[in-house]
Design a protein around this ligand. Sequence first.
Ligand SMILES: CC(C)(COP(=O)(O)OP(=O)(O)OC[C@H]1O[C@@H](n2cnc3c(N)ncnc32)[C@H](O)[C@@H]1OP(=O)(O)O)[C@@H](O)C(=O)NCCC(=O)NCCS
Length: 180
Amino acid sequence: MTTVTYRYDLAADGDAAAIAELHARSWQASYRGILPDAFLDGDVVAERTEKWTARFADRAGTLTVVARDDAGRLAGFAHSVLDDDAAWGTLLDNLHVRPDLKGQGVGRRLVAETAARLGVVAPGRGLYLWVIEANEPARRFYAAAGGEEAGRDVWDEYGVDVPIVRMSWRSLDALAGAGR
Ligand SMILES: CC(C)(COP(=O)(O)OP(=O)(O)OC[C@H]1O[C@@H](n2cnc3c(N)ncnc32)[C@H](O)[C@@H]1OP(=O)(O)O)[C@@H](O)C(=O)NCCC(=O)NCCS
């Protein structure tokens, strides 16, 4: 059996399209029944490409870590907005592993690499994110990583009200050591 190893780096400017494609495929695989079928069955890649192209046009204040396989193909990414909130700290805005590569430790390592880098560029700040309430696998993943539930809200960007839960890490120390 061959073991695939992954490299963890900051995203390059040219990664926007590959990130958008992985993001779209991950939503289509994991958000069925959460986001509208009409949206998920549409051109999600185009919608995400527009978003990521705009994001990568000005990357100031953000940190995007990618995992690549031996051939340089994207296996996952973690995108953070530094010092997003005075109380909660840096926002981990997106974390996605290619659907066929889930459960191999890539997600945990992306979080660890992100936390380690944040320890340098945003020391002493916490980390938080919003996870969809119905996304139970991701909520278990974050709970296993030491995240604590800290409030609720509703995400309504796509024409439906999606309940979301805030997960918070007051310290990055334990996260930075996990999976590395
Ligand atoms: C959530 C996600 C990022 C996790 O990444 P992953 O690579 O699949 O997870 P890992 O293999 O790194 O798992 C790390 C640990 O969490 C545990 N874990 C992962 N998924 C789990 C689940 N569904 N239930 C319980 N534990 C889980 C693993 O057992 C592992 O624990 P261990 O290190 O003690 O063995 C990934 O599954 C994903 O992209 N999901 C779809 C998109 C999504 O929901 N993103 C989050 C949006 S907020």
